[in-house]
Design a protein around this ligand. Structure first.
Ligand SMILES: CC(C)(COP(=O)(O)OP(=O)(O)OC[C@H]1O[C@@H](n2cnc3c(N)ncnc32)[C@H](O)[C@@H]1OP(=O)(O)O)[C@@H](O)C(=O)NCCC(=O)NCCS
Length: 117
């Protein structure tokens, strides 16, 4: 199962200019916020979570909220994504792969879920 999303970096910047840290807290936890050194990264994380919610076929909402999805980074800077146990179980998810890119004011993310057989 795959999901994709594109996010305007400027939209995330405006949100952050207006609401500060609270804007990031809406879709990121403290550990994720600590990884954000530039707004492009935050936009990439937003896109990643939207893409992850699409990969399970729900979109962001009651069944899969931003905080049901956790993003980390490898030592080399590669992003990694994990759903809460509740979601992994419900949707039979064995492993999740994530890739993010940003350029020219857009951040794009693709998520691929490998399901248990
Ligand atoms: C790391 C690399 C894949 C990023 O590609 P890019 O075209 O510069 O930038 P993109 O916008 O397409 O992608 C950026 C995103 O790629 C992801 N990324 C970074 N390192 C990655 C890696 N090792 N593997 C997979 N994805 C990675 C991150 O999500 C990053 O977003 P962030 O900057 O918000 O953290 C690319 O620079 C590269 O291959 N570099 C070679 C290794 C290198 O020079 N590393 C420098 C640090 S020593």
């Amino acid at each position: 199962m795959i999901g994709i999303d594109v996010t305007s970096v400027n939209r995330i910047k405006k949100m952050h200019d207006k609401f500060g840290e609270r804007a990031y807290k809406r879709f990121l936890d403290e550990e994720e916020i600590a990884l954000v050194k530039k707004v492009e990264t935050a936009a990439g994380f937003w896109a990643a979570k939207e893409a992850a919610s699409k990969a399970i076929g729900t979109g962001i909402g009651k069944e899969c909220a931003f905080h049901d999805i956790k993003i980390k980074k490898s030592k080399k800077g590669a992003p990694k994504l994990k759903y809460t146990k509740k979601i992994r179980k419900k949707y039979n998810i064995k492993k999740t792969f994530l890739s993010i890119t940003h350029d020219e004011g857009l951040a794009i993310a693709v998520v691929n879920n490998v399901l248990k057989v």
